[in-house]
Design a binder for this molecule. Sequence first.
Ligand SMILES: [Cu+2]
Length: 165
Amino acid sequence: MSAKVNDNVPPVRCHVCLLATLLILLSACANLNPGGASSPKLTLTFRDWAIDKDRDEIRAGPTTILLRNQSARTHEFVMIRINSKSQLPLHIETTNPNEPLDEDQFSEEQIVTEVEHLPPGQVLSHEVTLIPGEYLIFCNVMESTADGVVSHYGMGMRTELTVVK
Ligand SMILES: [Cu+2]
């Protein structure tokens, strides 16, 4: 009776194969990527007061952005496509810690994506499709503190990303 078990592939391996196949099919469908290549990944870490990224440049197409809030505050993720590097608002409203970035200066088409509430400790996977260009990533939370209102953008929660063909 026990010999029969040894002749067969252990059932657990079948499940693993099936699961792997399913995952590959699912990811292929999700990416709409006929080439089957995995989509590029970008990891953004939110902390007081910065947004750290694991790369400065990324390939265009479907992209997985991993958002990690490692601070004790709630943050926000906004991604905007800039017309050209010289128009980067980083250099317009620079170091005033009380001023948010005026989002009205951007057109609807420029706003790529937004996650309004990233609670402390949150890790979130976010899918976007990026076209080549220059991007600004920032947090625009205005926070009331004992010392007055603090702009997360003004405190330095902003970074740039280049998307290449
Ligand atoms: Cu913030």
